[in-house]
Design a protein around this ligand. Structure first.
Ligand code: GUN
Ligand code: FE
Length: 437
């Protein structure tokens, strides 16, 4: 049987190693078996169609003002917490965990409830352009397996973690060290055995407070054995800073959990020594600005992180962050950057705010780097998977307006700052349409 090849014809916008935002007009992108097999100037369209025997109906001509962007990468999201996203926003982290979060997560013992929430969070994030998500589930293996099934059915790309906690959480939401390891191992094996290239298990010790060092060391061994990614929360609040040490990452390092595909959420209170170690190990930061404001945790200085040369992407941190949209994460990152600028300017200092092009990079290529997936996704390159969003700025009931005086760059900015799921008329993961209007 002839392999079907699809051609997308029009403008695409993406980030590269060299450029935060590159715009390519009048291009054709060929996609076969989920992968990009050519990117050429559209003058070559007739030749390419005959060379690959592409029927007319397999050529998608984007309309005027429509453009393609890479799928958005949410580097940090708690799938069960979607149940209360947009509510319970009055408390700071530790009270918020105790009052709302642990009680909600404990409910995922009930698979009917889990199915309802997980179906909705995956649908919502996909519709908002999150083609790749790095999920925390709960400590329940069954419900976490269910999350994987829901993701697989929806066609999203994801890392999924069964959460590990063996101390200092309420007794109704805690495991013994042995249980935690045993259940994690079973979860990893069953997930790997499904051989879905889009869904990968991730080692997920919740944070230092709820994990014994014995558990961390054993998880480090599991990571080594299965060569898996790792995710956790680090230095999120001022209270997490232990004045006894200048290096909070040492414990992650010595337990074998600080690797090239380790995703550290927050890192708001990191020292330069810690940034240096992070960079050396090739681990990345999930910047979650909505959460950092909503839980009143603090402001991460992304400019400093970029100057230190560390990998960084954006996370919604649902539901510490109230919005499951990566466009919201981008906007919140912009507001945090400007808040820091106001503080610095009050002290007579200059501060270089994040540009919209840098923010776009964080939401796409930056996220893929943090997850160690930048050889597979993050931008449009021959050999990478086609994870993409067709953006239509003129869609009916668009949340923003386009005027005759607008340049294409104006329209991209309006989409980033005012656009929404309505503008994402088609969403592809590995070449397959996963969502759209
Ligand atoms: N630290 C430990 N658990 C959590 C969580 O669920 N959300 C956030 N934002 N921080 C955490
Ligand atoms: Fe979190």
């Amino acid at each position: 049987m002839a392999e079907t090849l699809t051609i997308f014809h029009g403008t695409f916008v993406h980030s590269t190693k060299e450029e935060d935002m590159a715009i390519h007009n009048d291009m054709v992108i060929g996609v076969r078996r989920g992968k990009i097999i050519f990117i050429e100037d559209d003058t070559r369209l007739p030749d390419l169609m005959s060379e690959y025997s592409v029927p007319l109906e397999n050529v998608r001509h984007l309309e005027k003002w429509q453009f393609l962007i890479p799928g958005l990468v949410d580097t940090h999201i708690h799938a069960p917490q979607y149940a209360f996203a947009g509510s319970n926003m009055d408390l700071q982290l530790y009270d918020w965990l105790k009052t709302y979060t642990y009680p909600t997560e404990a409910k995922f013992k009930d698979l009917t409830y889990a199915m309802d929430v997980y179906t909705k969070v995956v649908d919502r994030t996909l519709r908002n352009g999150t083609t790749t998500a790095c999920y925390f589930a709960t400590l329940h293996r069954d419900a976490t397996n269910l999350l994987c099934e829901v993701i697989e059915k929806a066609g999203q790309r994801a890392y999924v973690g069964k959460v590990n906690l063996d101390c200092c959480s309420p007794s109704y939401y805690r495991e013994t060290t042995e249980e935690s390891l045993e259940e994690t191992k079973k979860f990893i094996e069953s997930t790997i055995s499904k051989k879905n290239p889009l869904v990968t298990p991730i080692i997920t010790p919740r944070f230092i407070v709820t994990c014994s060092e014995e558990l961390l060391s054993s998880l480090g061994q599991l990571r080594e054995q299965y060569q898996l990614p790792v995710q956790t929360h680090v230095l999120e609040t001022r209270g997490d800073v232990d004045p006894e040490t200048s290096n909070h990452l040492n414990v992650w390092d010595r337990t074998g959990l600080l690797k090239h595909n380790t995703v550290l959420a927050h890192c708001v209170y990191m020292s330069d020594e810690e940034f240096d170690l992070l960079k050396q190990r090739g681990s990345g930061i999930a910047h979650c600005p909505n959460s950092n404001i909503t839980l009143r945790s603090g402001f991460l200085d992304v400019r400093h992180v970029l100057e230190k040369g560390c990998k960084i992407g954006l996370g919604t941190d649902v539901s510490g962050g109230y919005s499951s949209s990566m466009l919201d994460a981008l906007r919140s990152a912009s507001q945090v950057s400007k808040t820091i600028a106001i503080q610095r300017e009050e002290r007579g200092e200059n501060y270089k705010i994040l540009t919209y092009k840098e923010l776009f990079r964080l939401a796409t290529l930056g996220g893929s780097e943090v997850m160690g997936l930048d050889k597979t996704i993050g931008n449009f390159q021959v050999g990478k998977d086609f994870d993409a969003i067709v953006v239509d700025p003129l869609v009916e009931n668009s949340p923003f307006d386009v005027f005759s005086t607008d340049t294409f760059l104006d329209i991209i900015q309006k989409f980033l700052f005012l656009g929404g799921d309505r503008n994402m008329i088609d969403i592809f993961v590995a070449g397959t349409r996963a969502s759209g209007r």
